[in-house]
Ligand binder design. Structure first.
Ligand SMILES: [Zn+2]
Length: 334
């Protein structure tokens, strides 16, 4: 920084008198996967009125901090985007705990207004000892009004009490799934609003009832179906069994049940169960499955759609492998 007139932060007098300079390492974050650090020679000035010394004004970095002002702005911007703390820490060249510290410095005040059409719902968040958290939405603008830490009657009533009576009277419709807890809260705090049961929730209840009727009817009309259903239920219990000898014994028992069921559809694969016995035991001993590859296949489908199909196999292969690697620079050297 050039020598320039400075204003003393203690008494407001102007000065150009230097007191010395000191190098500071400033982190500018990662650019194109390389960390950028610059050394800034920071001047100290001395006020000739009050004798205090102070550092010069600069556009790079705040007092006591090690990351640059632009990097800090970038970090705050990243907090508003998708991505993990680890990724943000890497991009800003700081530790994960610094990212978390900056995130906890942010405070978003509670809203003071409520929407005309309000949605209230819960989600399983497991935050701070509470299994369920509550989400309040504006169903006209499709935006989130607020997130509440606790799903309990008292906490919800306390929350809505913080809004003025006028703000609460703004709400004309409140949509919820068929939760007695939410209805009680809403009837207490919004006596004039119309409560709407979420239509998909209602339909799902009807669908489930239908499924149960279908299942019972089917099981009722046919011994074979009943036995097949029993075999299927029994087989799924294998997930609750641990250790190789127990799983082996369980599969043997289950195959005996298959045999006595006299269901040809089940007996037909008995041969493959016996020929694949050790490998099938492994399927339930080890938690490995091809679920990962199936997830990749989904990414591949997307890539196929956005590139030009599979015509050039090698290029397509490169893109798939690059996409799946976090650090892909090693491919360039070979
Ligand atoms: Zn001064």
């Amino acid at each position: 920084m050039p020598v320039a007139e400075q204003v003393c932060p203690h008494c407001g007098a102007s000065t150009r008198k230097l007191k010395g300079k000191r190098p500071r390492d400033v982190k500018f974050g990662a650019a194109q996967h390389h960390r950028v650090t610059a050394t800034y020679l920071q001047r100290r000035y001395k006020c000739q009125e009050c004798n205090h010394t102070f550092i010069e004004k600069n556009p790079f970095v705040c007092r006591y901090l090690r990351l640059s002002k632009t990097n800090m702005e970038y970090l705050f911007r990243q907090l508003g985007e998708k991505g993990s703390y680890t990724e943000m820490a890497k991009r800003s060249d700081v530790s994960v705990s610094t990212v978390i510290l900056y995130c906890s410095k942010l405070a978003i005040p509670r809203p003071t207004q409520l929407p005309t059409v309000l949605g209230i719902d819960e989600y399983k968040g497991n935050a701070e000892g509470q299994m369920y958290q509550v989400i309040i939405t504006d169903l006209n603008s499709h935006s989130i009004v607020d997130i509440l830490p606790k799903r309990d009657t008292q906490a919800l009533i306390q929350y809505f009490k913080t809004f003025s009576k006028e703000a609460r009277e703004q709400v004309k419709y409140i949509v919820m799934d068929m939760s007695p807890l939410f209805r009680l809260v809403v009837q207490t705090m919004f006596p004039h609003a119309h409560i709407v049961a979420d239509r998909y929730h209602v339909c799902r209840l009807v669908d489930w009832a239908l499924e149960r009727v279908k299942l019972l009817k089917i099981l009722h009309i046919s011994d074979d179906l009943r036995r097949a259903y029993g075999l299927r239920l029994a087989f799924r219990k294998i997930f609750k069994i641990y250790s190789i000898p127990n799983i082996e014994r369980y599969i043997q028992l289950w195959l005996k049940a298959v045999e006595s069921s006299h269901l040809p559809e089940f007996s037909n694969f008995k041969v493959s169960f016996i020929s694949w016995f050790p490998q099938i035991v492994n399927a339930f001993v080890l938690a490995y499955s091809n679920g990962f590859a199936e997830g990749c296949n989904n990414n591949i489908k997307v890539l196929k759609r956005i590139s030009y199909g599979l015509r050039h196999f090698e290029r397509f292969r490169v893109r798939i492998l690059l996409l799946s690697k976090k650090n892909s620079t090693s491919y360039l050297n070979s």
